[in-house]
Design a protein around this ligand. Structure first.
Ligand SMILES: NC(=O)c1ccc[n+]([C@@H]2O[C@H](COP(=O)([O-])OP(=O)(O)OC[C@H]3O[C@@H](n4cnc5c(N)ncnc54)[C@H](O)[C@@H]3O)[C@@H](O)[C@H]2O)c1
Length: 258
């Protein structure tokens, strides 16, 4: 498989979960991969593991996407190592879930600084070179919280709704200059965070079964299934797709109340 042969790619938050699956799939498809990860330890381990599995060039650069200087440093190092960035996947995100009036301004700022502003900072960094080159792809990992809401998950859906707006704004702005900006909205994905959540419950097995039963498909999404969509959007085959939001949630958001 070589759909991304020779492309320089950045996956933010690629040390674990969905981002690690995207990094692995991109490497399998022939890309050079930069894992831009807050947690240096998991980022390095994942980069080493993927390089060993695929033989691809994979590095981790410690990055905090909420800090513009950290992103500039990551981008400088990425370009020095692998050349101009062809594909940016804005995957790093944090779930900040509260009842609105019980949340603090600190919760608000933390959530916005990573889930919304972090994405914009990363886009600002890679876009000038992409526009100069006349090609590039930006893929934002959003959520079905970007167009439906659940009680007491505030302010995460606010940031994710905004992220869809950011995706569409940039997509339209740069469509005729060779840069395609799109989004993927996963539903409930099988990640270390999901495991952690189930293990906190009194009966982890029952908690998992209950969640799975709520999914029309009857199971959680596999990170590799999100990675498959990201690969399609990153490849040259998807260049007529502009500002799209591909929902991969096993049918949760098409269901009427039952
Ligand atoms: N897991 C789900 O069910 C699900 C569903 C819909 C959308 N999403 C979105 O998918 C993305 C990935 O989710 P996940 O479940 O794999 O998360 P995760 O928590 O398993 O992994 C996120 C990674 O991002 C890193 N990270 C966190 N803050 C960062 C920062 N400031 N700078 C750089 N890296 C940072 C973490 O260290 C971690 O390695 C997120 O944007 C999330 O909102 C997840």
């Amino acid at each position: 498989m070589s759909r991304l042969k020779g492309k320089t790619t950045i996956v933010t938050g690629g040390g674990q979960g969905i981002g690690a699956a995207i990094a692995l799939r991109f490497a399998t498809e022939g890309a050079r991969v930069v894992i831009a990860e807050l947690n240096q330890e998991t980022g390095d381990a994942t980069a080493r593991d993927i390089a060993a599995q695929t033989g691809a060039d994979v590095i981790c650069i410690q990055t905090d996407v909420s800090e513009p200087d950290s992103i500039k440093n990551m981008h400088d190092k990425a370009v020095a190592a692998f050349g101009v960035v062809d594909v940016l996947v804005n995957n790093a995100g944090i779930a900040v879930f509260h009842e609105p009036l019980e949340s603090t301004m600190e919760d608000w700022r933390k959530c916005m600084s990573v889930d919304l502003e972090g994405v914009w900072h990363c886009c600002r960094q890679v876009l000038p070179d992409m526009l100069k080159k006349g090609e590039g792809a930006i893929i934002n990992i959003v959520s079905n919280h970007a167009f439906t809401v659940m009680k007491s998950t505030f302010p995460y859906p606010v940031a994710k709704h905004g992220l869809l707006g950011l995706t569409r704004s940039l997509a339209l702005e740069y469509a005729n200059r060779g840069v395609a900006v799109n989004a993927i909205s996963p539903g409930y994905v099988e990640t270390p965070v999901a495991d952690w959540y189930f293990n906190q419950q009194d009966d982890p097995v029952a908690a998992r079964a209950e969640t799975e039963a709520k999914q029309p498909v009857g199971r959680l999404c596999r990170p590799s299934e999100v990675a498959a969509i990201a690969t399609m959007l990153a490849s040259d085959e998807a260049r007529f797709m502009i500002g799209e939001n591909i929902v991969i949630d096993g049918g949760v958001t098409i269901r009427m109340y039952e």
